[in-house]
Design a protein around this ligand. Sequence first.
Ligand code: SF4
Length: 365
Amino acid sequence: MRLCALRGALAASERAENWVLHDPRAWLGTAFHKVLEVAAQPDATGSAIERAWATAVAERAATAATHPLDSRYSAPDRWPGYFLVRQRAISSAQRALAAGDASRHRNARRGRASTERLLLARGGRLAGRPDRFDGRIITEYKSSIPDPSWSGAAAVLDSYQRQLRLYAVIVADALGHWPAAGRIVAASGQAIDVPLARAACEAEASAALDELDGLNRRLVAAAPAESLARPSERACGLCPFQALCPAFWPWLAAKGSRGLPDTAAAGVLDRVELGQDRDLYTAYLAVRQPFLAEGLQPLILRRRIHGDLTASPRGAFWRIVAARAKPDGRLRADLSTCAFDVDDLPDIVVAGASPSFAPLLTPGN
Ligand code: SF4
């Protein structure tokens, strides 16, 4: 929200979720930590660990199957990194089990571990569900920790650390004691420790609530959505709402997507050619955007992955997100690419929300 108020407002909207492709690596991170939670129980067994993995994955796959974009991930073995993370989760849990685990029994006796509980602070205006708090350390599980060589890595790590500072305030307010430290754990097993100095965390929480007050005032005044947006490489790079955002596309037309982790492009449809298997189709799009090849571009899509846009008429405006750019400047779609006919996308209307319906601040949005 600090980088872009519109992104913060959209993150509080359930309806916007239908237009977001979620990252299966986050689901794997959740399954990973559910398995470790089971392994931490005093009566844990190897089969309980296997069951915990299977249940967590099956539940998420079932949810994905009902989502317009996530349905491409309804089979877990298509989730990027599935087999690797499964193997790591099961072997980490089995190691904890085999170690006999004094710490498991100690934690069980203490009974202080808090997992994904909704906690409130600052009079209920700050809300969060830390993935785990064992009485000392707040642990947040992430799908991945960005490669430091990527230009957007610092911004992502900063957002993770800010989230933990806000969780520290929430935990202290809700549970009555200050956490010793924070930890970010990726599905790969990579971990980063985050110091939680009280003054810095309290200041972070106050600044976030000031931002929220400002956003709420603008929502109440029915400010146009564009006026809430602050497009930039840093804000938009990993924003899941690119397809919906009215400010992103004019910005992209001027700047291009070279500085973003994924390629986004706007184009005007010339024609669609169907492949022989009736699943594959090629959309020919006229694209004019910095760093992409000018003129008609063929974009190969699959109905069962990218949806069926074959009825889209000539002249339709399309938005493509999470695509790749080939060295020759042409677009390529992969499993995470989403394509939309702009006519199918909803408009964002700021309808003068009353303050009581204004978003509650949850770390991460
Ligand atoms: S795409 Fe960029 S400008 Fe639009 S909501 Fe996301 S961060 Fe904000």
